[in-house]
Unconditional design. Structure first.
Length: 180
């Protein structure tokens, strides 16, 4: 998609000495994110995944960012892993998440936003008594949506790790993080 907007005008003298107005235009390239609203009860493009007990609903997807709502029952989590090519964020809506962030354990609750720069080892768990609900997003999108397509209803954790590595998500070896 391409939009052209006026970048300004200026007065210049022509070779004959008369004033000529020159209009400069700037080209703005718009991305591939479609405009619109993803309703709270819906998933963008009807994309919903069940990944190891979590329910993920796509909320926004383009080449530059990917967001999903994560519904996390008590006892679920994602073990320590790294996104070498993406920044990841979590905005907690409900519940309390236990997080591993580069060597430290912490918690985040409703209204908190967790920032995980690319390359940072991290994990999240719902160890609380109630369900958790959070908006996650990564930038750039990378291959994460395609990974969720492959992990949907997959029950074998070893296969999850193998497929994840093919989509730029690298899990740390079991036992690498005490408490995980």
């Amino acid at each position: 998609m391409l939009a052209v907007v006026a970048g300004g005008t200026g007065r210049h003298r022509s070779e004959r000495g008369s004033a000529v107005e020159i209009r400069q235009e700037q080209e703005i390239i718009l991305g591939d994110l479609p405009k619109g609203i993803t309703l709270a009860s819906e998933a963008m493009g009807n994309k919903t995944w069940n990944v190891l007990g979590h329910t993920y609903l796509a909320k926004a997807e383009s080449s530059t960012s990917f967001a999903w709502l994560s519904l996390d029952p008590t006892g679920t989590g994602v073990p320590p892993h790294v996104h070498p090519t993406q920044d990841e964020h979590i905005h907690v809506l409900e519940g309390v998440y236990t997080l591993y962030l580069d060597g430290e354990w912490t918690t985040a609750g409703p209204g908190d936003t967790v920032r995980m720069p690319m390359g940072l080892p991290h994990a999240y768990y719902n160890r609380a008594e109630g369900a958790g609900k959070a908006l996650f997003w990564v930038s750039p999108s990378g291959k994460l949506s395609q990974l969720f397509d492959q992990l949907h209803n997959l029950a074998d954790p070893d296969e999850v790790v193998r497929r994840s590595a093919l989509h730029d998500v690298d899990f740390l070896p079991p036992g690498a993080v005490p408490g995980a």
